[in-house]
Design a binder for this molecule. Structure first.
Ligand code: NAD
Ligand code: UDP
Length: 389
């Protein structure tokens, strides 16, 4: 029996489209490619300088149902004239390409600004000039610090959601001084958002801007010394996974007091698919995508990951599970932090009916099971090697 036709949120049949996905080989791109191949008829022109995280989709047997629907184009969007052709061949462009690890923002601010602003410019221009729809990935970091963070620590207004909930159409963007180079990323992302928005307002570009709030899950970043540089500093999930795999205490930057809300990558990807398949509801909007129910301090995250890792690995938790480290020691000069990030969900809920489902405990359990299965053996081999004299 033929499967029923897929319909959008308004009951209209969904037409198969071609998507130019820039940054398809990264964490979010790999999950989005998987979803599009497994559950939709759409074609993907996957653009990236790396393909390791989507190898399983590209190199599977010819019998896989999607072999003709995904093609990899190894190119650097900084300097490759093939980019415009790929955008022209597609109905929709999704731009995920970016330098987006905080350790780079204050140590490689020029690369960060070029990657997040200058390199994204031609993508916006080609979409606008060729009347192609664009889904651009920004960040929750454009909100910067909360208004409440400027109140005295024990001030009662700090408990008032008006002082900390982050709302797409109302909250200001509050960054630290220029010498705090941490904000180079947020500032570049903010300017490209303004440019995309202006192209929409002045030239009719059909756009959607996504602000991810700490999406986490398998394949995020790298484990230093295993599938990334030994001295590299990935985002917190991979840093803490690395510590747990190596049986060393988790490092809490400046006491681990900052707060984050974490959303499971698979929940978040469902929101992106809704944006792709419901252009009339998604165009012209900026969407927070996060899970307001999964808020923890970084210290609480460390404690929960320690407990979950012990459960999934069968190993006893470390006697001293965490150690404090200053941000200067960990990230170097110019680091600063967002204090708290709770997304307002009104707009995405109203436009796309999307809500996150997975609790922090459950998403850590499936993610750390993956980390243990993927890396524990490799770490054992590296750590058991005698040191060269
Ligand atoms: P990622 O680093 O895993 O993926 C980015 C991909 O872009 C990488 O595969 C990289 O090789 C590719 N890329 C970078 N520069 C390129 C270039 N010049 N040419 C071709 N390819 C290039 O990061 P991610 O977590 O998948 O994030 C994707 C997007 O979402 C980024 O724009 C990021 O700023 C944004 N974002 C993600 C999160 C999150 O929670 N993961 C949070 C906020 C914002
Ligand atoms: N962090 C930490 N220890 C680590 C890595 C990160 O305490 O080993 C903190 C970091 O200072 C920040 C939070 O964890 O407060 C989240 O960091 P991440 O790199 O994931 O990115 P961010 O959410 O700041 O964009």
């Amino acid at each position: 029996m033929a499967s029923p036709a897929r319909v959008d949120l308004d009951g209209n049949p969904i037409r198969p489209i071609t998507i130019c996905m820039i940054g398809a080989g990264g964490f979010i791109g790999s999950h989005l490619c998987e979803k599009l191949m497994a559950e939709t008829p759409h074609k993907v022109l996957a653009v990236d300088v790396y393909s390791d995280k989507i190898k399983h989709l590209l190199e599977g047997p010819a019998s896989l149902p999607w072999t003709d629907r995904i093609h990899f184009h190894r190119l650097n969007i900084k300097n490759d004239s093939r980019l415009e052709g790929l955008i022209k061949m597609s109905d929709l462009t999704i731009n995920l390409a970016a330098i987006c690890t905080p350790a780079d923002y204050n140590t490689r601010p020029l690369d960060t600004i070029y990657s997040n602003f200058i390199d994204a410019l031609p993508v916006v221009k080609y979409c606008s000039e060729n009347n192609k729809r664009l889904i651009h990935f920004s960040t929750c970091e454009v909100y910067g610090k909360t208004i409440g963070s400027f109140l005295p620590t024990d001030h009662p207004m700090r408990q008032d959601p008006a002082y900390f909930i982050l709302k797409e159409d109302a909250s200001p963007c509050i960054f630290g001084p220029i010498e705090k180079q941490r904000w180079s990323y947020a500032c570049a992302k903010q300017l490209i958002e303004r440019l995309v928005y202006a192209e929409g307002a002045e030239n009719g570009l059909e756009f959607t801007i996504v602000r991810p709030f700490n999406w986490i899950g398998p394949r995020m970043d790298f484990i230093p010394g295993i599938d990334g540089p030994s001295e590299g500093v990935p985002r917190v999930l991979a840093c803490f996974s690395n510590n747990l795999l190596r049986h060393e205490p988790l490092k809490l930057v400046d006491g681990g007091q900052s707060q984050r809300t974490f959303v499971y990558i698979k929940d978040a990807i469902e929101a992106v698919l809704l944006m792709i398949e419901n252009p009339a509801r998604a165009n012209g909007h900026i969407f927070n995508v996060g899970n307001p129910n999964n808020e923890v301090t970084v210290r609480q995250l460390a404690e929960m990951m320690t407990e979950v890792y012990s459960k999934v690995s069968g190993e006893p938790p470390l006697e001293v599970p965490t150690v404090d480290v200053s941000s200067k020691e960990f990230y170097g000069e110019g680091y600063d932090d967002s204090d708290k990030r709770i997304p307002d969900m009104t707009i995405i809920n109203r436009q796309l009916g999307w809500k996150p489902k997975t609790s922090l405990w459950d998403l850590l359990e499936s993610t750390l099971t993956y980390q243990h299965r993927t890396y524990a053996e490799a770490i054992k081999q590296v750590t058991s090697k005698p040191l060269a004299s």
